[in-house]
Design a protein around this ligand. Structure first.
Ligand SMILES: C[S@@+](CC[C@H](N)C(=O)[O-])C[C@H]1O[C@@H](n2cnc3c(N)ncnc32)[C@H](O)[C@@H]1O
Length: 256
């Protein structure tokens, strides 16, 4: 049975159920509330997938750049979202051009959702690409899957070595989920939040982890203890599955 962890039911924002939205109920509520409050001039989303989170970001922002390494999103979503530029490619390669474009147009980047490559290195690289640009305005940065041990490690290690410009950081802004929808003993979801301010000189940063004990206790019961150590075998597993014509659960992000 698939648990319903995702339907918010009672909202001001009318959710389009036809758009697969890869977030839990609490994460969706959070994104809706945050977008309404920020009412961004420009937003960037890393990880378009099937447009679930994009529907909210697009609704509350004047203009959005949504990046995905796959071309599939753009093809079926562009008619639905006239204020969105769909950018196809590796986020790290594309994002600086987008920053420059926003600046050239005299616009203001207010919000970034990081929800693309969830590996430790992938998240780290995304944050590095965001921070290396000389932004002129404060930005709210939300990172999905901060409850996943590898993803969390990427965010935490990045923050530990890049405290400048960060006025607030919380890894458990929204707490994640354990073993849902068939993800055997896995930890996913959760939202981390960074407030970035280029005027901030960089005093000592406290990285909040308000659900650290929950995270650590859950980790001890999780499949990640073993699975994350064997991650180097995943490309081989994917190749074997492909050769045998079998469906690999992680492949939903490779062919959609
Ligand atoms: C979890 S999904 C995004 C879900 C979406 N934000 C939502 O809430 O419905 C992750 C997406 O990131 C994309 N992706 C993975 N690595 C990427 C990269 N390096 N650059 C850009 N997109 C990437 C995948 O193709 C996939 O569509």
């Amino acid at each position: 049975m698939i648990d319903d962890i995702g339907n918010p039911l009672l909202t001001d924002f009318k959710v389009d159920e036809s758009l697969d939205w890869q977030m839990s109920r609490s994460e969706k509520y959070c994104l809706m509330g945050l977008m309404k409050k920020l009412s961004p001039d420009v937003s960037i989303e890393i990880g378009t997938f099937k447009g679930g989170s994009l529907q909210v970001i697009s609704h509350y922002s004047q203009k959005v750049y949504s990046i995905d390494i796959s071309d599939s999103s753009r093809k079926f979503l562009s008619p639905k979202f006239p204020n969105v530029d769909f950018v196809v490619g590796d986020s790290v390669q594309c994002i600086t051009d987008i920053f420059q474009q926003i600046e050239k147009e005299g616009r203001r980047l207010d919000f970034i959702l990081v929800d693309g490559d969830h590996t430790r290195k992938g998240v780290y690289r995304d944050l590095e690409a965001i921070f290396k640009y000389p932004h002129k305005h404060p930005i709210t940065i939300l990172m999905h899957d901060s409850f996943n041990p590898e993803c969390r490690k990427g965010i935490r290690t990045f923050l530990e070595s890049h405290t400048e410009f960060v006025t607030y950081a919380e890894l458990d802004y929204v707490t994640g989920s354990y073993w849902h929808n068939g993800t055997y003993r896995e930890m996913w979801g959760g939202l981390a939040l960074i407030n970035y301010d280029p005027q901030h000189a960089g005093q000592k940063l406290h990285i909040n982890q308000s659900q650290r004990h929950l995270f650590e206790s859950t980790y001890l019961h999780s499949a990640h203890l073993l699975k994350d150590r064997l991650a180097f075998l995943f490309p081989l597993k994917r190749r074997i599955f492909k050769t045998l014509g079998l469906k690999n659960r992680d492949d939903i992000y490779y062919d959609f």
